[in-house]
Design a protein. Sequence first.
Length: 365
Amino acid sequence: ARVDKDGYKHFMAKEIAEQPTVLSAALSAYLTETGIALPDPGVDFAKVDRLTMVACGTAYYACFTAKYWFEQLAGLPVEVDIASEFRYREPPITPGTTALFVSQSGETADTLAALRYCAGKAERILSVVNVPESSIARESDLALPIHAGTEIGVASTKAFTCQLTVLLVLALKAAVDRGRMTEDQLQDVLASLRALPGTFNAALGRGDDIRDTAHELAEARDILFLGRGLMYPLALEGALKLKEISYIHAEAYASGELKHGPIALIDQSVPVVVMAPKDSLFEKTISNMQEVMARGGKVVLVTDAAGASIAGADAWKTIVMPEIREVLTPLLYALPAQLLAYHTAIAKGTDVDQPRNLAKSVTVE
Ligand code: G6P
């Protein structure tokens, strides 16, 4: 079926706005009234010793986020890799390894080759895909669709948040299977997860601050993104989104790594986007933010009301997100990352849906 823009100026804007709906679809596919349900044959994570996750681009950053979830919630060791590196390194696949491939299209050549490398070596091949008939889905023992619907904008948005949703559900199942989470704790997280589409919708309504900030970012030549913990992979995704569609050089660092190099770049001309909900690492991230400001750096602080009341007055710009429990922050903070990139690209007048030199799906090496 032909997909149109439904009155939006770009597919990317439409796909960003669709997220509450597709997140609900992804959640209903994997959550029952009482818990988590995976399609047959399912997975028992108590029998998994190690998870190897492989992908490209935005899907890789979804995997990187999931590493934090699987390790922290389920105590499951996770290796994440970029498919083009993984496939040629001859990585040993130890017994008890489950390999998990994440791909919107399900056709990315490097990811498919990495999957074929693992076939017959890994205990089990899982995939998280948007296209259930794709090669990667067909060649997996269990393919988990993300239910994002057709994504046309080259820069992935709704597929990313749906990938995160499915990966978080898997990590929660792993936590239960491995005896790391009680039924009550699970129900508590699931209640917040079920509320996510509503929270996301509320955040969509606050887009104006982001647009104003983006108009100023459009003047920059280089932009840094910083984050710690769950916000580190998201900072990487934010920088990728921005460079893909606005052509502004953007780089992300783990906040704690700032002093090991990138701080040398800071002056008044380099805006620094700091992703910092008021989570367990907030104080540490804010002290990194102060190091940036002490060197004249202009900070765009993306936080919640509690974070803004502590650190917002010092920042150049503050973007305030609704409150959300810590484990779900990557799902919600993907939105400001997407909107900053989108509005910056609009301000620069680039082709948002078809950025130069990029393809939606890279089916050749
Ligand atoms: C291309 C697209 C990206 C995407 C990546 C991986 O680079 O432009 O948006 O994240 O491929 O694609 P996949 O279909 O495997 O998720």
